[in-house]
Design a protein around this ligand. Structure first.
Ligand SMILES: NC(=O)c1ccc[n+]([C@@H]2O[C@H](COP(=O)([O-])OP(=O)(O)OC[C@H]3O[C@@H](n4cnc5c(N)ncnc54)[C@H](OP(=O)(O)O)[C@@H]3O)[C@@H](O)[C@H]2O)c1
Length: 365
């Protein structure tokens, strides 16, 4: 798989599986166009929303993925003429997310999910997508990470024992795998490195406990790097290349998936929910070389690229081929994402300034 990707970059970089407008030359110009791209549902999602019964509640909707996931679900429900409400709940510490959701017709509920009394006030729902998590700042405040990743799930599962859940987890629950291996599968043993990853595994364990105890149908989604143009591992590399900052190669390989594709698959994975929970990996189909990505950006941005360190023999990699078999492959090619990312960085499009710290190998965030 690794060699496939490298050869694809070297010989076939002008070919994409599918682009946003059937045209490789289309360039995202502003955030409205970007949000349109991120929130336009697939035909499969529209069909799926037409089958849903009861409200769809998205918990932790105020972060990087939640707003466009909720709007995508809302637009799919509208196209399917589905008789349900999409409700986005979060603390909304960034009020811009709440305003954007409301402007896109999504009902919002402001709630601290650590406060059990407030959770009781949330509307009933038959379907819950659980996005709450905490990663960055773990070394400074580990108890906050554990509260968000373990106590919040317990509160949500006690409030909605009869709902179907999709709960986001992370590929960080795996140990590193050899770079030529194609990545960890859900049948492989876990081996979280560092306290964030341990707390993320704790989140899975809480879901497993309640799913069995209350027969709450659940799917746990181990995601590796969703990418948007405003944040994500590719924009991290692109901005470094543009600034002339050396690229650290010690974490030399990774997987990523376009956030629109990730959100589409996350919503549709509700159909896999089961008790005990179903586990799936979610990421792109290729093992990507950080060196190749940086060199590609160097060409697109007309910058000389410098590197520090050398590729290790292993990296944090996941294998999502089983998920592709069950729910379809991601639609957006890596070439399209690279092209749009380079264009966005050149245009100085807005960035969230939330770096992924993809270089980290000791699990300290
Ligand atoms: N994005 C990725 O590439 C990626 C990769 C692997 C795994 N994941 C997983 O996918 C999930 C969603 O990703 P994301 O990037 O959107 O995460 P995120 O930006 O951290 O968003 C999660 C949101 O949860 C909300 N939250 C936290 N504590 C809460 C509480 N007590 N009550 C109510 N809301 C609370 C926060 O929103 P407020 O500001 O509104 O409080 C936070 O922004 C995360 O759980 C993460 O572990 C993401």
């Amino acid at each position: 798989m690794l060699y496939f990707l490298l050869s694809k970059f070297l010989t076939d970089s002008g070919t994409s599986v599918m682009t946003i407008s059937e045209s490789d030359s289309f360039e995202i110009q502003d955030e409205d166009q970007l949000d349109h791209w991120l929130t336009t549902p697939s035909e499969a999602l529209i069909r799926f929303m037409g089958t849903l019964r009861g409200n769809l509640l998205i918990l932790g909707a105020g972060g990087k993925m939640g707003p466009t996931l909720a709007a995508r679900a809302q637009f799919a429900a509208a196209k399917a003429q589905a008789d349900l409400r999409v409700i986005a709940a979060s603390r909304f510490s960034d009020n811009r997310s709440k305003q954007w959701l409301n402007a896109n017709g999504v009902q919002t509920e402001t709630v601290d999910l650590l406060d059990r009394k407030s959770i009781e006030q949330l509307p009933d729902a038959d379907n819950v997508i659980f996005l709450v998590g905490s990663k960055f700042g773990t070394s400074a405040n580990p108890s906050q990470t554990w509260m968000a990743n373990t106590i919040v799930p317990a509160n949500a599962l006690e409030r909605y024992p009869n709902a179907r859940f999709v709960a986001l987890s992370t590929g960080n629950v795996y140990p590193f795998s050899p770079t030529e291996s194609g990545g960890s599968c859900v049948t492989d043993p876990v081996g979280p490195i560092g306290e964030y990853a341990q707390a993320a595994l704790g989140r899975e364990r809480v879901f497993q406990h309640y799913s069995v105890a209350n027969e709450t149908k659940t799917v746990l989604v181990r995601l590796n790097y969703a990418v948007d143009l405003r944040y994500g591992v590719l924009v991290d590399i692109a901005t470094k290349v543009q600034a002339g900052t050396p690229i650290d190669l010690t974490c030399g390989y990774l997987n990523c998936i376009w956030q629109g594709d990730a959100n589409d698959i996350i919503i549709r994975s509700l159909e896999l929910a089961d008790s005990p929970p179903r586990l799936i990996n979610l990421t792109g189909e290729d093992t990507l070389s950080v060196r190749r990505i940086a060199e590609d950006f160097g060409q697109r941005l007309n910058r000389k690229v410098t590197f520090v360190g050398e590729e290790s023999s292993n990296a944090l990699l996941s294998n999502a081929s089983e998920t592709s078999r069950l729910l379809g492959s991601p639609n957006t090619s890596i070439d399209t994402i690279l092209q749009q990312t380079a264009n966005w960085v050149t245009r100085e499009g807005r960035l969230l300034n939330k770096p992924t710290h993809f270089e980290v190998r000791d699990g300290v965030f």
